[in-house]
Design a protein around this ligand. Structure first.
Ligand SMILES: [Zn+2]
Length: 335
């Protein structure tokens, strides 16, 4: 993937393209940021920009060099991963030896170290001199989502390039580019939590409609006249299999209330679940007409708390009962 095609990392991409164009790219870069936000793709994109013969400085994605880089067959672009839970000293020595020579054929060589936080003190120390001054044309890219675990001596010898959790808008663009409908894209963007990997998982999963069915059932139970509906709805999730999708359904429910809250507060443009427009309008309208925003906020808090309770092994039925009783205030208009 070309650097320019990496979604949601405008700052990092612009800094890298500038550095390549000016010939001032650091010998050693540290790509850090959350899991699954494009760091590894950017490391390859950087290699394309440095080694492409057709569009030097940017990469074309179609020339022989670009194609070999993308398929992992270019002799000057190599990726390393820890051999065990850590990088072995032998691996570090191999990297040092390679970075001490001229690139085979491209104008640059790019050595990518995935999970660079798995460099132990011995392998890290072995790399120090190389990070400072590799043979001209060699670039090391250390990739990590846990930069604090790197030795300070490594951090100080690398140029930090920060990657961020992807915004909902960037996630939606990625989903749309893969042919997702707006409704699918919105749901997947909520479930992605800023990560491309989770977005793709959500798009591939066929659980979307069953998740919204859970959301709808929970809301109906909270809106029912008698309290019995609440106990029945919660009891549906008493066994392990039936509550498999519950955390994701609660994430959607929380986002629905959050979107209703911003809509009721007059910032509807911040809502993500636009496809759920009528539900949002109803909730937001209720909040405006009958209650204050505080009610909507407390509903949101209850859903988030129920989600955390599930994650920490609290009895899910109890957690749901508590949540539904609180939501009843909003959904059924009872106090
Ligand atoms: Zn190319």
């Amino acid at each position: 993937m070309l650097l320019a095609d990496i979604a949601g990392q405008e700052h990092a991409v612009a800094a890298l393209l500038r550095a390549v164009a000016s010939g001032r790219l650091a010998h050693a870069c540290l790509f850090d940021g959350p899991e699954s936000v494009g760091k590894r793709s950017a490391a390859l994109g950087l290699a394309l920009a440095l080694c492409c013969t057709e569009r030097p400085g940017q990469g074309c994605g179609t020339c022989d060099a670009c194609r070999r880089i993308e398929s992992g067959r270019h002799p000057d672009v190599l990726a390393f991963a820890p051999a065990t839970t850590q990088y072995l000293v032998e691996q570090a020595r191999e990297i040092v030896a390679m970075a001490a020579t001229r690139p085979h054929e491209a104008p640059a060589r790019v050595l990518i170290l995935d999970s660079a936080d798995c460099l132990n003190p011995s392998s890290a120390n072995c790399l120090l001199k190389t990070l400072e001054e590799p043979f001209p044309g060699n670039h090391l890219v250390l990739v990590t989502s846990a930069p604090d675990r790197l030795l300070p001596t490594i951090r100080s010898r690398t140029q930090r390039v920060r990657f961020v959790a992807l915004s909902a808008a960037a996630l939606m663009r990625i989903a749309a580019a893969r042919g997702a409908s707006p409704a699918q894209a919105e749901t997947a963007a909520v479930l992605a939590g800023g990560q491309v990997g989770r977005l793709l998982q959500a798009l591939e999963s066929e659980a979307e409609s069953s998740l919204w069915t859970i959301v709808s059932n929970l809301r109906q139970a909270a809106a029912a006249k008698g309290m019995g509906a609440i106990f029945d709805a919660a009891a549906e999730f008493s066994d392990k299999e039936s509550r498999q999708d519950l955390p994701e359904a609660l994430a959607l429910l929380a986002r629905l209330y959050r979107d209703a809250l911003v809509s009721a507060a007059g910032a509807g443009e911040l809502a993500l679940l636009r496809d759920r427009g009528s539900e949002l309008a109803t909730l937001a309208g209720q909040a405006r007409k009958d209650y204050d925003l505080r009610t909507l906020r407390s509903a949101l808090r209850e859903v988030v708390q129920a989600g955390s309770a599930l994650a920490s092994n609290v009895n899910p039925v109890t957690a749901l009962e508590k949540m539904l009783m609180d939501l009843r205030t909003l959904e059924a208009g009872l106090t």
